[in-house]
Design a protein around this ligand. Structure first.
Ligand code: SF4
Ligand code: SF4
Length: 309
């Protein structure tokens, strides 16, 4: 009961499912078939997230489009006036669903890990790039703001600018996510130069400090930045509030039983200790958010506008 309830998180990630139809080489989610909430319970979770006062809600997974009720869930968040983002691999292509999502999704991110061969290799699915490109164009013509996210590894670090240039005509924004946990020496000068070049185009939605310190993260020379439960929190497929998306083992409480603010107020000493002892991360949804908030107000505002308008 200390610092954790002095600030209200403004950003939440709801992983609506951990099921996934991708086979990414850096992730284990697809290897299991974990349970998730019914539509009625998931809607209640969204009510409680919205009532917690967040301004932004990222719907993620797993592959969130594997839930047949995905449009209904996002609509509920939108009914509260929350800015909504949706992350997808782009493997599911359904025109009607795209039209429906266009009414409620403010920004949609498709994972693209590089040129076709590299993308397919990292995502573990032959033909994945081709499908994701079709999805990208489909969402764009449905009127949704569409961007790509690239998970950076030593396989694709030399292809960042090439990937951006090949898709520039179809996208409104781009982010990159260093693979978690980091692979040593996965970043090089070219990768960093590529990121600054894309930043100058205005489409890379990352603070300069995120690019600047990425090398330190990859090489074990990075001072932990953590605002879990202060600026952001995450919710897992069962409605558990967790410290953040990567540490879904640090469960603070469950939204089917309590409101978010009371869960954060009642945080146990054990959970606080786990957060304090966590060795760190470098995710767009954790460190990226913290760095964004430390930017001058004007730059933060401009980035926010670029994401959603
Ligand atoms: S798309 Fe995401 S959740 Fe699915 S296997 Fe890849 S990294 Fe894991
Ligand atoms: S440092 Fe640990 S607890 Fe904090 S946001 Fe990163 S993974 Fe979560």
């Amino acid at each position: 009961m200390t610092k954790y309830f002095n600030r209200i998180p403004f950003y939440a990630t709801y992983n609506v499912t951990f099921r996934c139809n991708s086979r990414c080489i850096y992730c284990d989610y697809w290897k299991s078939d974990p349970p998730e909430l019914s539509t009625a319970d998931a809607l209640m979770v969204i009510d409680r997230i919205a009532e917690s006062g967040v301004s932004m809600l990222a719907i993620s997974g797993g592959e969130p489009l594997l839930r047949n009720d995905i449009a209904q869930l996002i609509k509920r968040a939108k009914d509260y006036g929350v800015l909504t983002t949706l992350n997808t691999s782009g493997l599911i292509i359904k025109e009607k669903l795209a039209q429906e999502l266009a009414k409620y999704v403010d920004a949609l991110t498709i994972s693209i890990d590089g040129p076709p061969q590299i993308h397919d290799m990292q995502r573990g699915i032959k033909g994945a790039f081709e499908r994701s490109l079709i999805a990208l164009k489909m969402y764009k013509s449905a009127g949704i703001r569409v961007g790509i996210n690239m998970v950076l590894t030593d396989l694709n670090r030399d292809f960042i600018l090439e990937t951006f240039n090949s898709l520039n005509d179809y996208i409104d924004f781009m982010t990159v996510q260093p693979v978690n946990p980091p692979l040593k020496n996965s970043l090089n000068q070219k990768a960093q130069d590529d990121l600054y070049a894309i930043k100058s185009s205005g489409k890379l939605l990352l603070p300069d400090s995120f690019i600047e310190h990425m090398d330190g993260y990859f090489n074990g020379n990075f001072t932990k930045i953590c605002d879990a439960l202060k600026l952001y929190y995450a919710v897992d497929p069962l409605g558990n509030v967790t410290a953040c998306a990567p540490r879904h083992d640090i469960v603070i409480g469950n939204l089917l039983q309590n409101s978010c603010s009371s869960i954060i107020k009642m945080i146990s000493h054990d959970s606080q200790e786990k957060i304090e002892k966590c060795t760190g991360c470098y995710l767009v949804c954790t460190v990226g958010v913290s760095m964004q908030m430390k930017q001058p107000l004007l730059e933060s505002a401009v980035q926010g506008v670029k994401m959603y308008i």
